[in-house]
Design a protein around this ligand. Sequence first.
Ligand SMILES: NC(=O)c1ccc[n+]([C@@H]2O[C@H](COP(=O)([O-])OP(=O)(O)OC[C@H]3O[C@@H](n4cnc5c(N)ncnc54)[C@H](O)[C@@H]3O)[C@@H](O)[C@H]2O)c1
Length: 365
Amino acid sequence: MTIAKVGIVGAGTMGSGIATNLGQHGLEVVLYDSRPEAVEAAIASARRFYARQVEKGRMSDEAAEAAGARLGAAADLGAMADRDLVIEAVFEDFALKADLFRTLSDILPERTRIATNTSCLRVSDLQRHVAAPARFLGLHYFSPAQINPVVEVVRGEATDPAVIEEALAFCRATGKLPLRCRDSYGFAINRFFCPYTNEAARALDEGLGTTAEIDAVAKEAVGAAAGPFFVMNIIKPRINLHAIRNLSPLGPFYAPAASMIEHGEADRPFAIGEAGEIPEARRRAIADRLLLGVFLPVLQALDEEVASPADIDTGAREALRFAKPPCALMDELGRSEVTRILAPALEGYGVPTPAALARVGSLRS
Ligand SMILES: NC(=O)c1ccc[n+]([C@@H]2O[C@H](COP(=O)([O-])OP(=O)(O)OC[C@H]3O[C@@H](n4cnc5c(N)ncnc54)[C@H](O)[C@@H]3O)[C@@H](O)[C@H]2O)c1
């Protein structure tokens, strides 16, 4: 099925950004929110985005006008009945989303695809609240969705594989880089991004370095455009804590660090000073911890076939701005160096050695 008409339910940060992207790429969109003012704000924000694109010479006046005209407000969920695809982007609350999917199931014809933008809930659990669940999937956009090119396309237990292929084509047609993912805690990208920030917080708690030093080392270790504390402050410590807590079923390695809990529960940003000169031994110790936070979850995700090495690296490079994406970096460092980096977690947390460790050196081939 060709997707031309899209409905978005929830016009907050993500719904607004997704609508902006779709309008720009020729899709006809209607937005619904239980607060009508959120829909007005989303459409106004999209029009401002298109106007800035015109100023930067990336869009013509006519294209910006046409993109804005493609975005409409829905007075109620009934307006979703003629859509090819409905994307849900309401609050991250299981009961709220499940209730919405039961309501949508009564309104939408069976041909309408339904997607959730959930970050932390299991797609397969939400799928149980959808009539004709084979048409349901996860489309996990990254913020800001009008700019960030990555979308995780998540197959739930009951999703029809043809629906995934359609969604991959839809993402490409709307200027996105889709990553094919299995339904799993944190999908492909948060699976290692959250533990990476958590290892940064553990390194801070253990006195391995200051926030500024850890941020500076991250720029070298994974080629991050900005360090983990700077990024956590942007995401908001409360949201980051929620995301890492969501990974807790994966074992004690994923349990939140003390400073992560402290800052997250108070939703207080991390203070970041100046890094200054960092002694070599300290630099190495911090780098090892950050790389552990990335490598162990990625190898486990490869064992679980959550995503391919190429897709994991694309997500790291494009969604997180890691110039040294994990699978390519592990291949470059080699198996014995990766084994040395993993050792503290394998011993300290009793984590079984990931089978994918044996493939390090040729993960990307
Ligand atoms: N913010 C991010 O960085 C980010 C990134 C990826 C995914 N997500 C996920 O996207 C979803 C939305 O997050 P957000 O940051 O845009 O939230 P948000 O709070 O900015 O917006 C949510 C919107 O949903 C509306 N809403 C709530 N209940 C509703 C209902 N029953 N019907 C219609 N509208 C309803 C609210 O009025 C609000 O405008 C969440 O599941 C979140 O986990 C967020």
